[in-house]
Design a protein around this ligand. Structure first.
Ligand code: DAH
Length: 335
């Protein structure tokens, strides 16, 4: 009997196949309910007492070797010659969870697309800037409050270096490097020393626009922004310009759009005025052109700047700025 089992062990050891059917036959022969191993275990009770121990021992060896062989051969089949695991096309696939774009990216891309259609190029500048590009070249007076520590993050070791507070600094970079006609927008991150709340954050995003050529007028600015507003918020959108002040534009204005939520009738988002402020703009101040080596007699231009967070809030009805930065997927998946 023992000899018979040893013979079976040799048979198991010698067996090899790369064929699924053959391996399955082997498994059935040795390991199924009606297979050799089960039969032999059933024999166990008939084995004389003094031989039981040895019988049990070799039988277990046979069982283990048969199981190992089946597993080994099956695994071999799953790997092809290059050692790579073969794909079993009958298995259900893994579901790939697709990410979604961040709402700020969606709106930034839409803004870029609209201005690109009008022939604007995209330009970028550094987030860590110097005083000249953020303030001085943009006609900010020495004592302008924006230069205050309370508004601007300065680098302690060198107060001439700071985190840009607006993307208007890219205007300066562009004027330094290009000759008119200039038609460009500059999307980017900006930084201000603000306490974080639902309505303010120390990091946010802006898109700056700059158009310089001969004979550029305020009418060009207005028409460009009207087109932009209609493209972004819908054909029925109206705009209105209110006089304002920025050091780098003269005259300056703030632009409102008719409330995209109530259509101008008045609601709690537009505070029952029917209008929402979305950007600052104006005609580039001749001082700014001259500071940047552009002849202010020959050329005129307009500029505008808008906050992407604010526009995204208005477009999607987001009420809390902090949501943009928390990156909670339950929020992000909704766009
Ligand atoms: N830089 C301004 C800000 O951060 C926005 C702005 C206003 C940009 C008027 C402009 C402009 O180019 O003409 O509030």
């Amino acid at each position: 009997m023992i000899n018979k089992i040893q013979g079976l062990i040799t048979e198991v050891e010698a067996f090899s196949s790369a064929n699924v059917e053959e391996i399955e036959q082997f498994r059935i022969k040795f390991l199924s309910k009606k297979g050799i191993v089960t039969d032999l275990f059933n024999e166990f009770k008939n084995v004389p007492q003094d031989a039981k121990k040895e019988f049990g021992l070799v039988l277990n060896i046979l069982k283990n070797k048969a199981q190992e062989k089946v597993e080994f051969l099956k695994q071999n089949i799953e790997e092809d010659e290059s050692g790579k695991v073969k794909i079993d096309l009958s298995l259900p696939g893994d579901i790939e969870t697709l990410g979604t774009r961040h709402p700020i990216s969606i709106v930034r891309n839409e803004i870029i697309e609209i201005f690109t259609r009008l022939g604007f190029t995209i330009s970028e500048g550094p987030e860590i800037e110097d005083d000249w590009h953020v303030f001085s070249a943009l006609n900010f007076a020495e004592d302008h409050p924006a230069r205050d520590m309370q508004d601007t993050f300065f680098i302690e070791k060198n107060p001439d270096i700071l985190l840009r507070t607006h993307t208007s600094s890219v205007q300066v970079r562009v004027m330094e490097n290009e000759k008119p006609p200039i038609r460009t927008i500059s999307p980017g991150r900006v930084f201000r020393n603000e306490a974080i709340s639902a309505r303010a954050h120390c990091i946010f995003h802006q898109v700056e626009g700059l158009y310089i050529d001969t004979n550029v007028s305020f009418a060009d600015l207005k028409q460009t922004l009207l087109y932009f507003a209609k493209e972004l918020f819908g054909e029925k959108t109206q705009i209105r310009l209110r006089p304002s002040f920025f050091p780098f534009t003269e005259p300056s204005a703030e632009m409102d759009i008719s409330c995209s939520l109530c259509g101008g009738k008045g609601c709690n988002v537009c505070k029952y005025t029917g209008w929402l402020e979305i950007l600052g703009c104006g005609m580039v101040d001749p001082n700014v052109l001259e500071s940047n080596g552009i002849d202010s007699v020959k050329y005129t231009g307009f500029a505008f700047g808008m906050g992407i967070e604010r526009i995204t809030m208005l477009k999607y009805g987001v009420r809390d700025l902090r949501l943009y930065f928390e990156n909670d997927v339950r929020f992000l998946r909704q766009f």
